[in-house]
Design a protein around this ligand. Structure first.
Ligand SMILES: [Zn+2]
Length: 455
């Protein structure tokens, strides 16, 4: 339940304000309601019966949330904010740099549209007529066998994605709070936590706080180093290739969002899929639609399901996937930094995003590329990209040690000269980063990514 602080300030602030005044602000604020959602209950759907114009007036498509706008997109964003790592390329929305940040062994599966409000454990978000005092929304019968979330029609909801007016209630913020109940959290005594009992206006609750993260991690465990992770995918004809890490040699499942409206929320699955550990190729099921793709490796625990990665399910034609080559070496925080991608090597699509994970949090570095492949020791890493080197601008890793960069083939250095993206030619990308405690040289590198540009 989320109370509107603007309407019921006394109820909303009571315990939390006292807690802060006692000087105990560093104490745990989160609470749990007992239980957790197993992998069979990670689905969520939206019955979009939101009735006023401002509930569904965001009709601008977002490549990270393909196929859905309005209230559907706002709720999709809200739920995947609880994902283990950044959703897709991590580009977030106008009010938050990154969506997806729990750092826990928890990831939800968007299953598109429902056609009814469903039962109390159907895992569906919907509006309910009327109002109930200061209550904005509520979550029913969480937890282990599912939940249902209702939003009172009596409030002036807004679907974002930018800031909202003072007299509006931010659907994405409240949905993020209610889904927190769905996955097993109670209210937090930390005032700026998404799970605090009151909504104080604006869009702040769209981003979960450190206290919310700690609560989610307490229920599902801190993100495991062996958890499968998707870092990019591509569709060529009927074949989807998924790149990432920690896929099992056999017995993987690939989960898709259902294409049809309705259904029972169960993800569309391709089972028994083999992998070399870092890439998976599957035939896209005919009943899969725009949404999120996930990989469950050959276990059934919280740490065996990957992050959700968006796809519009459209083929990218004759382009081939970028391919990892060379190797990464250990750094100060773990086994090393791995380069990845999202989008395609299509020059006309111009949608290639580079990613790098496994970096020291906050690490400074640059993506660079060359024309040839190499394998010479370089700092604490390996120089995989050689030839005519082109450097991109300086970037900093986020707190999870992740970095992304949208490439633009229409801007320097990719638009002309020896660094140009030319159909049929390859460029070798890599990430260089400082890692002062990591070794005597103070810097390290990711492995390489070979991109063969196509039309
Ligand atoms: Zn609540």
């Amino acid at each position: 339940m989320k109370l509107n602080q603007l309407i019921l300030p006394v109820i909303a602030l009571g315990a939390g304000a006292t807690f802060f005044l006692s000087g105990a602000e560093e104490a745990q604020g989160w609470s749990t309601i007992g239980g957790s959602l197993g992998l069979g209950q990670r689905d969520f759907r939206v019955f979009n019966n939101f009735s006023s114009a401002s509930d569904n007036n965001n009709q601008t498509p977002d490549a990270q949330f393909p196929g859905y706008q309005g209230a559907d997109m706002a709720i999709w964003k809200a739920c995947v904010e609880w994902s283990s790592v950044a959703h897709g390329d991590g580009s977030g929305d106008p009010t938050q740099a990154t969506i997806g940040s729990s750092g826990a062994n928890f990831d939800p599966s968007f299953q598109g549209s429902a056609t009814e409000v469903g039962g109390t454990n159907s895992n569906i978000h919907s509006q309910i007529a009327g109002s109930n005092g200061g209550v904005l929304a509520y979550c029913e019968t969480p937890i282990s066998n599912g939940w249902r979330i209702r939003y009172y029609e009596g409030w002036n909801w807004a679907d974002g994605p930018s800031g909202i007016n003072q007299n509006q209630i931010d659907l994405q913020s409240v949905a993020c709070h209610e889904y927190g109940h769905g996955l097993g959290l109670g209210h937090s005594t930390v005032g700026n936590a998404t799970m605090s009992a009151s909504y104080s206006g604006g869009t702040g609750d769209r981003s979960i706080s450190g206290d919310d993260q700690a609560g989610c991690q307490a229920v599902y465990g801190v993100i495991s180093g062996s958890k499968p992770r998707i870092t990019g995918l591509n569709i060529n004809g009927t074949q989807m290739s998924i790149s990432g890490s920690n896929f099992s040699g056999s017995g993987n499942e690939v989960w898709f969002t259902q294409a049809a409206i309705g259904g029972n929320g169960t993800p569309i699955k391709v089972t028994g899929v083999n992998s070399n550990g870092s890439s998976i190729t599957v035939t896209v099921p005919l009943d899969a639609g725009p949404g999120d793709v996930m990989v469950r490796n050959n276990g059934t625990g919280n740490a065996n399901l990957s992050n959700p990665w968006p796809s519009d399910m459209q083929t990218t034609g004759g382009c081939t996937d970028p391919v990892n080559f060379c190797a990464f070496l250990p750094n100060s925080i773990g086994s090393g930094a791995q380069i990845g991608f999202n989008g395609t090597a299509s020059i006309s699509a111009n949608d290639l995003t580079l990613t790098c994970q496994g970096l020291p949090p906050g690490a400074v570095g640059i993506f660079f590329y060359g024309s040839n492949e190499g394998a010479n020791l370089f700092g604490e890493g390996i120089l995989c990209a050689t030839g005519d080197i082109k450097r991109l601008t300086v970037q900093f890793a986020d707190v999870l040690g992740t970095i992304t960069r949208d490439l633009d083939v229409n801007a320097a250095p990719l638009n002309s000269g020896s660094g140009a993206a030319i159909s049929g030619e390859s460029k070798k990308f890599q990430f260089w980063y400082r890692d002062v405690p990591g070794g005597p040289n103070g810097f390290n590198t990711s492995d390489g990514l070979s991109v063969t540009w196509c039309d």
